[in-house]
Each structure stands twice: as structure tokens, then as C-alpha cells.
Design a protein around this ligand. Structure first.
Ligand code: HEC
Ligand code: HEC
Length: 352
């Protein structure tokens, strides 16, 4: 999936540019791939930063209720969801680590390292596509995948239904919440409902956006300015999540084909979903493979080390921001640190 307009639409494009220019609707040219004959990437005022909503809308077939959320919370913390009854969702998404694990890549069954870094589940109710490669289209669809995965929780779903039906506390709750026995659909719906309630607290950026000028340090305000304009980060990191939810190739590494493994399109090779930047100071290490350890390293990557193409010569969706000073790098880091909020207090539940 390429998100830039195709050259065949050039007339419409020029018109659009004129309209935008006339109303001053875009502010900058940046990370420009124009040297490669492509449409210059640009930011526009449409790409804004926004506060998180207080609640996330649920799909019609899975309305959020207090009893369902409570059940989902128990399931999230329950190691009985895994084949050997040792691994729960919280074994990788630790509430005390902003729902990540601080490992380079996740640790699966028998301590085996998996290939990708564990993202936070905070605010994921706002994403349309889940996982680094976007292969799940809802939290309901996502929830059963780690349970079934032989390298993650390694639990057959029919066996899990039998196991939980034998726990009177679960059987009773499923009857009350879903009017049925324990089913895999119910398990997925309860886990999704619980995760939809995990919305992070306001960050200094949110207070700043609400009008409190002092919420950001001077450094962070300069970082925000560069983020929105000269550095062009907002082109992909925008909206309440600071992610557009789309897929890009930014050149982190060449081992994992990312989005291509979902769509089968060679043009999607090495593309990953733009991660949310909420709580990013608390979710190190970074990138799909956890290869970048600190925010300084990530920002320096954008400013100094983004490669020009893939090893096969495919262009990337970003270019290095050369010619910027080290103070801009530290301003940007200060801004990224202002995107974190007070950790959400989630007390592990009593399991039935
Ligand atoms: C072994 C560690 C591990 C366990 C156990 C685990 N996860 Fe994950 N989780 C991961 C990793 C790694 C990813 C990213 C995988 C990818 O993108 O391919 C992920 C991704 C996710 C995402 C998508 C986040 C996003 O930004 O798109 C959600 C939601 C999630 N997990 C919820 C759960 C739930 C619910 C459970 C329990 C049923 C669970 N996880 C169990 C490691 C784990
Ligand atoms: C073309 C879209 C795009 C632009 C522009 C962009 N990013 Fe990203 N960003 C991504 C994608 C995609 C990833 C994940 C890449 C991967 O894992 O391979 C990412 C990852 C990150 C991460 C790591 C987050 C995590 O949880 O692992 C940070 C921090 C970040 N970007 C900050 C920035 C900053 C600061 C800028 C501007 C200098 C910027 N980004 C510009 C798309 C973009």
C-alpha cells in the first residue's frame, strides 16, 4: 500500500496543491523524496495532534459493560490461558512496565526469543489494525492469536474452553455476561472489552494542547515545533495516538518483511504500522525489532542514519534529516519525553 498520490493523478494533484496553497493549509516540505521523482511528502494542518478521548467506542456486537471488563481483566492476568498454565497476557504486557516487557523482543515458550518487540496494549482500542504488520483488524480478532500461537501461549482453543468451563467462577461469569458457557468468542470479547478501557492519563502534551503553556519546557516546545514542521514527524505520527495507523518503510532493518507478509504485495516489504508515541519514554526499547535502545538513539537515527534505499534499491518513506543541529535532537527527545503520563494503576485481579 503506497500512501502517496500516484503520478497519473498529477492534474488533480496540482489542483489540490493550489487549493491548499491558497488557503495556507500546508506548512512545509519535508523529508522530501522529490529527488527520486516522487510526490514530495508534506505535512498539512489536517495532520494535527489531539487529546485522547475519555472512552473508546466498542463494536456493536461487543458493547462494553462493567461485568465484561472485569471478566476480561481476570482473563488477561490468568496463566491458565496458556498451554502450560504459566504464561498470561500480563507476562509480556506488564502493567508496571506500561504494558510492555522492556525486552528487545518478546520471550515466548521455554524462554525462546520471538522476532518482534512487545508493544503496549494501552490505547490500542483506537487502532484500526493491530500488530506491527497490522494483521488483526480488531482487538477481538487479535486476542485469540497469542493464545493459539505455539511460540507464545501454545493453548488449543477447544481445550481452553473445556478448562475454563470447569472453573465455576468463570462458568458463572460467562453465563451472566454472555448468556453462554465459556466460548472462545466470549474470551476474545471480554479481553477486548478490558483492553478498550486501558486509556492513558493526560500527558504534559495534552495539558499544553488544552492551553497550559507551562506544561511543556522550552526545549520540549522547540521539539514540538520541529515535530510539526521542519522534521515532519507529524506526517505519520499524528492524531490522538500520534500514529496515523498506516504502514511505512523507514529502514530500521531488513530481516522482517513486515506488512508484505500480510498483503503479499512486494511494495509493502519492510513496512510497519506507525507506532503510537504515547508513553514512549516508558516503553523502551524501540522499533518492531527492539533494536533501538533509547529515544536519543531513535531521534539520532532519523537525523543521521536513515538509509537511502533498501538493499534491493526500493526507496524508503523517510529521508535522513541532515543538516540539523544536535540541539534539535535533544529538543526532540525532550518533546518525546513529554508524551508520557502517570502510569495507569491496574491492580492484578483475584482469579476465580
Ligand atoms: C510471549 C509474549 C506475549 C504474550 C504472552 C502476549 N503478547 Fe500481546 N504481543 C506480543 C508481541 C511480541 C506483540 C507484537 C507482535 C507482532 O506485531 O507481530 C504483541 C501484540 C499485541 C497487541 C497489539 C498491539 C498493537 O499496538 O497493535 C495486543 C492488543 C496484544 N498483544 C494483546 C495481548 C493479549 C490480550 C494477550 C493474552 C491473550 C497477549 N497479548 C499475550 C507479546 C505477547
Ligand atoms: C513516514 C512515516 C514516519 C515519519 C515521517 C516518522 N516516523 Fe517515527 N516511526 C514510523 C514507523 C513506521 C515506525 C516503526 C518502524 C519499525 O519498527 O521498523 C516509527 C517508529 C518511531 C519511534 C519508535 C516507537 C516505538 O514504540 O518503537 C519513535 C520514537 C518515532 N518513530 C519518532 C519519530 C520522530 C521523532 C519523527 C520525526 C523526526 C518520526 N518518528 C518520523 C513512521 C514514521
Amino acid at each position: 500500500m503506497d500512501h502517496r498520490p500516484r503520478p497519473s493523478k498529477s492534474c488533480k494533484r496540482i489542483q489540490a496543491w493550489l487549493v491548499l496553497a491558497a488557503c495556507g493549509c500546508f506548512s512545509n516540505l519535508l523529508l522530501s523524496p522529490s529527488a527520486r521523482g516522487q510526490e514530495p511528502a508534506r505535512t498539512s494542518r489536517k495532520q494535527h495532534l489531539a487529546r485522547l478521548p475519555d472512552s473508546v467506542p466498542a463494536p456493536k456486537n461487543n458493547p462494553t459493560t462493567a461485568a465484561k471488563v472485569d471478566l476480561g481483566k481476570q482473563l488477561f492476568f490468568d496463566p491458565r490461558l496458556s498451554g502450560n498454565n504459566k504464561t498470561s497476557c500480563a507476562s509480556c504486557h506488564f502493567p508496571t512496565r506500561a504494558f510492555t516487557d522492556h525486552r528487545t523482543t518478546a520471550r515466548g515458550q521455554q524462554g525462546k526469543s520471538l522476532s518482534r518487540n512487545t508493544p503496549t496494549v494501552l490505547n490500542t482500542g483506537l487502532f484500526k489494525h493491530l500488530f506491527w504488520d497490522g494483521r488483526a483488524n480488531s482487538l477481538e480478532q487479535q486476542a485469540l492469536l497469542p493464545i493459539r500461537s505455539p511460540v507464545e501461549m501454545n493453548q488449543g482453543l477447544a481445550a481452553l474452553e473445556t478448562e475454563l468451563n470447569a472453573v465455576p467462577g468463570y462458568a458463572g461469569q460467562f453465563r451472566r455476561v454472555f448468556k453462554s458457557d465459556v466460548t472462545q468468542t466470549g474470551i476474545a470479547r471480554a479481553l477486548a472489552a478490558f483492553q478498550r478501557t486501558l486509556i492513558s492519563e493526560p500527558s504534559p502534551l495534552d495539558r499544553f494542547l488544552a492551553g497550559d503553556e507551562k506544561a511543556l519546557s522550552e526545549e520540549a516546545r522547540r521539539g514540538l515545533e520541529a515535530f510539526r514542521s521542519s522534521a515532519g514527524c507529524i506526517r505519520c505520527h499524528n492524531g490522538p495516538l500520534l500514529s496515523d495507523g498506516k504502514f511505512y518503510r523507514i529502514g530500521v532493518s531488513w530481516k522482517d518483511k513486515g506488512r508484505q507478509s500480510v498483503t503479499g504485495k512486494p511494495g509493502d516489504a519492510f513496512r510497519f504500522r506507525t507506532p503510537s508515541l504515547r508513553n514512549v519514554a516508558l516503553t523502551a526499547p524501540y522499533m518492531h525489532d527492539g533494536s533501538q535502545k533509547t529515544l536519543e538513539e531513535v531521534v539520532t537515527f532519523y537525523y543521521r542514519s536513515v538509509p537511502t534505499t533498501t538493499p534491493d534499491g526500493i526507496p524508503l518513506d523517510v529521508e535522513p534529516l541532515l543538516g540539523n543541529s544536535f540541539s534539535e535532537i535533544s529538543d526532540m527527545v525532550a518533546f518525546l519525553k513529554a508524551l508520557s503520563s502517570k502510569p495507569l494503576q491496574v491492580t492484578p485481579p483475584r482469579l476465580p
